[in-house]
Ligand binder design. Structure first.
Ligand code: AQP
Length: 334
């Protein structure tokens, strides 16, 4: 069976962007039954920027609760946190020696996150994509459901696999494909249609958190930035209207339909009418997830047990692949 791998960082609360761009797809791919699905809370990635230890622990458990509340079933998917499976970091070291400085320097996420003061960024932030390649390839995963922003890192994952295979004259690591599908592969900030919705945006009004209550969700949508025009009746009419496009895409993804179908129903509406409809839909879809997350968060021991069990399952898949990698590289004792 082909294998799917994907991860989310426990670097804050889950956003609607994480949910529509990634998590919702995780559930679909799990339920389709065509793949073996492996999903990870990537805590080693999170610490590439400073995380308060107690907050990291809490965010990891909350993320696990989010996965389960959204429909990832630990009896169907392998669900664990990265640091419990040492093979990720071990393969990442090998890949640090395969990847080239120039490849890493071209990564837009590195450029965005390191900013102007890149001398002060952590070495881990620079090496992030090599760890991500290891996360995927330590399972020989071939399909990776992600949001649009991760496309470049997945191309780099392919480059690393190809270079490793060439350097050692083997056909060992597969070429991975990104799965970037659905109406909301890039959910934008509610305050600025040119910026991605992100957990680390300083403005809480820019995003919808999966833990927001109904009133907060409705208020954020009501206050979302828009232009003064009515909605067009076809998607072409959304060109140069990034905020309008974003709200239509969010509606389509939540309703599991297409932007065309949303505009067939709502074309001609003013935002004063469309926003309440979107808020109702969002509350309808997100409130059950948030309720289930709070319930699960009352049982941290149960969450830790699930993560521990998932880690054992993950290690069983990763260990032989790492061993074989060490053999290929020529490590004594592998
Ligand atoms: N706005 C988004 N639209 C669609 N997909 C998104 N993803 C994130 N934001 C959006 C997808 O969610 C998955 C997990 O992301 P992550 O937590 O590993 O890191 P990120 O992409 O850096 O997410 P954030 O929210 O922007 O976190 P910070 O602010 O800490 O950097 C990925 O598949 C991603 O594509």
């Amino acid at each position: 069976t082909p294998r799917v791998f994907s991860g989310i960082q426990p670097s804050g609360g889950l956003t609607l962007g994480n949910y529509l761009g990634a998590m919702k797809r995780f559930v679909t791919m799990q339920d389709e039954g065509k793949f073996e699905t492996v999903y990870c809370m990537v805590d080693l990635h999170a610490i590439t920027v400073w995380q308060d230890p107690a907050a990291l622990t809490r965010a990891t458990r909350e993320l696990c609760a989010g996965f389960i509340a959204a429909g990832v079933d630990p009896s169907k998917s392998i669900l664990f946190n990265q640091s419990q499976v040492a093979e990720h970091a071990q393969l990442a070291w090998i890949f640090n020696c395969v990847a080239r400085m120039g490849w890493m320097q071209r990564m837009t996420q590195w450029k965005d996150k390191a900013g102007k003061n890149s001398q002060n960024a952590s070495l881990g932030l620079f090496a992030y994509p090599a760890l991500m390649a290891a996360d995927i390839l330590v399972y020989h995963a071939t399909h990776v459901p992600v949001g649009e922003d991760q496309k470049q890192h997945l191309e780099l994952t392919r480059d690393i696999a190809i270079k490793f295979n060439n350097d050692f004259g083997v056909d060992f690591f597969p070429e991975t494909e990104p799965v970037i599908e659905g109406a909301a592969t890039r959910v934008m900030s509610l305050r600025d249609g040119s910026k991605k919705m992100s957990k680390s945006d300083p403005s809480d009004m820019s995003r919808i958190n999966l833990t927001d209550d109904a009133d907060t969700i409705a208020q954020k949508i009501r206050k979302a930035r828009t232009d003064p025009e009515a909605l067009p009746s076809e998607v072409d009419g959304l060109d140069d209207r990034p905020e309008a496009r974003n709200l239509v895409n969010i509606y389509a993804a939540l309703a599991e339909t297409t932007p065309d179908a949303v505009l067939a129903d709502h074309g001609g509406s003013q935002f004063s009418a469309f926003k309440p409809a979107l808020a109702d839909l969002a509350v309808d879809k997100l409130a059950p997830i948030s309720t289930e997350m709070s319930r699960l968060m009352e049982q941290p021991d149960e969450i830790d047990r699930i993560l521990g069990h998932g880690a054992e399952q993950a290690r069983a898949l990763a260990a032989p692949i790492l061993k074989k990698t060490y053999e290929i590289v020529g490590m004594v004792g592998a």
